[in-house]
Design a protein around this ligand. Structure first.
Ligand SMILES: Nc1nc2c(c(=O)[nH]1)N[C@H]1C(S)=C(S)[C@@H](COP(=O)(O)OP(=O)(O)OC[C@H]3O[C@@H](n4cnc5c(=O)[nH]c(N)nc54)[C@H](O)[C@@H]3O)O[C@H]1N2
Ligand SMILES: Nc1nc2c(c(=O)[nH]1)N[C@H]1C(S)=C(S)[C@@H](COP(=O)(O)OP(=O)(O)OC[C@H]3O[C@@H](n4cnc5c(=O)[nH]c(N)nc54)[C@H](O)[C@@H]3O)O[C@H]1N2
Ligand SMILES: [Mo]
Length: 644
């Protein structure tokens, strides 16, 4: 039968699932226009993963001698009585509902937030992924959508800017391979040499300097090569101010800051001007830097200089569904804390009740050291609803079992391609696992809450949320029957800004208190912590998911350049001490010739012999949208005695 992948991944695949349990088979749906008959290694392993011994099968309550199995009734009673106590003694401002992207199903992501609103409790403001870059695009373009997969297929040139689709979006990578065969130039801008970079012209950039490189390309277009004047006068405003701003950043300065030779910057600018339409595929990895959102702004404005409508892709999640209704925002106050602040707040004693679903913050948040410290507080009661016994679940007071990928129904919309999919329940939930929406319905019942939205059938709620959508052109029943349908995006030449045009000089930014022109900034070197620590996705895992019992305990390596290893006299397998300004970790090193000197790399959520990579990552916010700057984290290193 056809099911849809619920992972937080661009590809949003439709899969063909045959059988049940570990012996079942998965393959990509050959009819789906983007999945095109193949699936990634993670999906091929799903039947094993979701049948593995790491599953939480029953509710568990922490006792002095460890976790004890309980019935749903017992577990919900304990949670409800604790919630009532916290409401009575401290009020709803001491309750936090924390969720993120372990399951991106529109029901299972959104519906549980109804409890937060009905209680007037806090929820989180999402900031650990691409949110700063989303707002960056909205400042200049109104809505953030850009090139769709079919635009990528037709591109005359592609610039992959700080993304690694060979790992993070195998279906986009496949399109790039086809383009390469066709002879279209592909540029890849990344401090690391990745598999994607082997497809074409590799531009090694110094980390965190991307806004300057984008300015350099724009400088050549504006001052030497020429811009598309007809396009600019018809579709844009603020070009004069923008041109003056950009002209201050000379090719010499750009070369010095970014490390990219100015001849190469000029060549790329020339190709932008000649090869149209092009698509610039902007990465989430690059955006997770101090000036990441500013870089997204500047990069996205390059196509506007050469006359290509929305010639970028960053995040196509602009949808006109009534998410506010699904989340029940009308039920109470909108109280949010930035996710990046949660570890320090918890460790300083804030919040008395914490409910976590769809997330594993003990290894996915920056400053995870503080998060774990906070979870250990005596006066904090924490509930974790998860599919697996995760690092976060192990720290909770009550652990509740959630169904695996094929054990619950939901609707899934990709943030790259335009198809909305329905995933039916293919397997019976393992053990006593129950979906996210079910748990909050039962909990609301125990609390004696009469709010009808907390009793509403989730499919009915979804139907209501899409009732007025202009993008979904068929009834929900039709989506359920056909498994996936295309959503209609607004045309690329429509700009939903106050002026109705692309705003080089953003009036929305001005209104929100941001600089109306992109801030072209880069970071200073910290002599005490001279190395930049980058983390990114790997093919076999989605964030912290997909570890099999035999992979545990995870002992990841920290990757170091050949040059730096030589300098320290280290060989692969040696031990290294990594220090951030607040914590330290010990890891084995892997010498990696894809890295430049001064840059260290580990996979996302890596765990070392001592400590985890996220313990070392900073919680500093970007100016725009309070977004993260994980990839601007700085550390120092020291060789320890060799293992052998
Ligand atoms: N070092 C480093 N850290 C990062 C990043 C990075 O680049 N580097 N990237 C950040 C980014 S981009 C993201 S998106 C975040 C992701 O961070 P998280 O949101 O924590 O994502 P995951 O690790 O994918 O999944 C979280 C949990 O959801 C659970 N889950 C899956 N399905 C369900 C369900 O139906 N119900 C319930 N209740 N639980 C379910 C999974 O078992 C898993 O334990 O990580 C961020 N952290
Ligand atoms: N297999 C797999 N696929 C995934 C995920 C996963 O965990 N595993 N996660 C999903 C999620 S939640 C997301 S957000 C996306 C993310 O997918 P991508 O957008 O591809 O992001 P990352 O994998 O974090 O990093 C991509 C690249 O950014 C580079 N980079 C880091 N700093 C800089 C910089 O300063 N400048 C430049 N130019 N480049 C830099 C890194 O070296 C890395 O190669 O992938 C999704 N797909
Ligand atoms: Mo993400």
């Amino acid at each position: 039968m056809k099911v849809a992948c619920q992972r937080d991944c661009l590809d949003g695949c439709v899969l063909i699932l045959e059988g049940e349990g570990p012996e079942a088979s998965v393959r990509g749906d050959p009819d789906h226009p983007v999945t095109k008959g193949f699936a990634c290694p993670k999906a091929l392993n799903f039947p094993h993963y979701y049948s593995s011994g790491r599953r939480v099968l029953y509710p568990h309550i922490r006792t002095e001698s460890g976790f004890k199995r309980a019935s749903w009734d017992q577990a919900l009673d304990v949670i409800a009585s604790k919630l009532k106590e916290v409401m009575r003694e401290y009020g709803p401002q001491e309750i936090l509902i924390f969720n993120y992207s372990g399951n991106t199903g529109l029901i299972n992501f959104n519906y549980p937030l109804r409890l937060a609103y009905a209680l007037n409790a806090y929820r989180v403001q999402y900031t650990i992924c691409d949110e700063a870059g989303e707002l960056a695009l909205e400042l200049h373009y109104g809505m953030r959508y850009g090139a769709l997969p079919e635009d990528l297929e037709r591109a005359e040139m592609v610039v992959v800017w700080g993304a690694n689709p060979a790992s993070s979006s195998v279906h986009a990578y496949r399109i790039l391979v086809d383009l390469k065969v066709r002879g279209a130039p592909i540029w890849v801008i990344d401090p690391r040499r990745t598999r994607t970079s082997l497809l074409g012209n590799y531009v090694r950039i110094k980390p965190g300097t991307d806004s300057l490189l984008a300015a350099g390309i724009s400088w050549y277009l504006i001052n030497e090569i020429g811009v598309d004047e007809a396009f600019i006068s018809k579709y844009t405003v603020g070009f004069e101010e923008y041109a003056r701003h950009i002209s201050k950043y000379t090719p010499e300065l750009v070369e010095e800051v970014t490390g990219v030779p100015k001849e190469m910057v000029r060549e790329l600018a020339e190709e932008y001007a000649e090869l149209k339409p092009s698509v610039t595929y902007i990465g989430v990895g690059m955006q997770k830097t101090k000036y990441g959102a500013e870089a997204v702004r500047t990069i996205s404005l390059i196509p506007a200089l050469v006359g290509v409508h929305r010639g970028f892709f960053f995040c196509n999640s602009s949808r006109d569904f009534d998410t506010a209704y699904l989340q029940g925002r009308h039920l109470g106050e909108d109280r949010r804390v930035n996710m990046l602040d949660v570890p320090s707040m918890l460790s300083l004693g804030r919040f008395k009740f914490l409910y976590i679903y769809n997330s594993n913050p003990a290894v996915t948040l920056p400053r995870s050291d503080l998060f774990r410290e906070g979870m250990g507080r005596e006066d904090l009661f924490s509930v974790v609803h998860d599919v697996m016994w995760t690092e976060t679940a192990e720290l909770a007071d009550v652990v509740l079992p959630a169904p695996g990928m094929f054990e619950q129904e939901d609707f899934i919309a990709s943030w790259w391609h335009p198809y909305l999919a329905y995933s039916p329940k293919a397997w019976e939930p393992l053990g006593e696992s129950r979906p996210n929406w079910w748990v909050v319905q039962k909990l609301a019942g125990k609390l004696g809450m009469e709010t009808p939205e907390l009793k509403e059938d989730p499919i009915r709620a979804f139907k209501w949320a899409v009732r007025g959508s202009g993008m979904l052109r068929v009834p929900v029943e039709e989506v359920m029957k056909r498994c996936y349908v295309r959503l209609e995006y607004p045309p690329k030449h429509e700009y939903q800004t106050p002026s109705g045009r692309i705003e080089f000089y953003s009036s929305t930014a001005e209104r929100l208190g941001y600089s109306p022109l992109p801030v072209l900034g880069w970071e200073e070197v910290d002599p005490d912590h001279p190395y930049i620590l980058i983390t990114s996705s790997i093919p076999g895992r989605t964030s912290s998911q997909d570890a099999m019992p035999e992979d545990l305990p995870v002992r990841d390596h920290i990757h170091i350049s050949c040059e730096d290893a030589d300098k320290l006299g280290m060989k692969s397998g040696d031990l290294i001490l990594i220090r951030s300004p607040w914590s330290e970790a010990i890891a084995t090193v892997a010498i990696d010739d894809s890295l430049p000197s001064g840059v260290l790399w580990a996979r996302r959520s890596a765990k070392f012999i001592k400590g985890a990579v996220n313990d070392l990552l900073q919680d500093e916010k970007q100016v725009i949208a309070g977004g993260n700057s994980l990839n601007s984290s700085r550390v120092s290193i020291e060789a320890l005695v060799s293992e052998s």
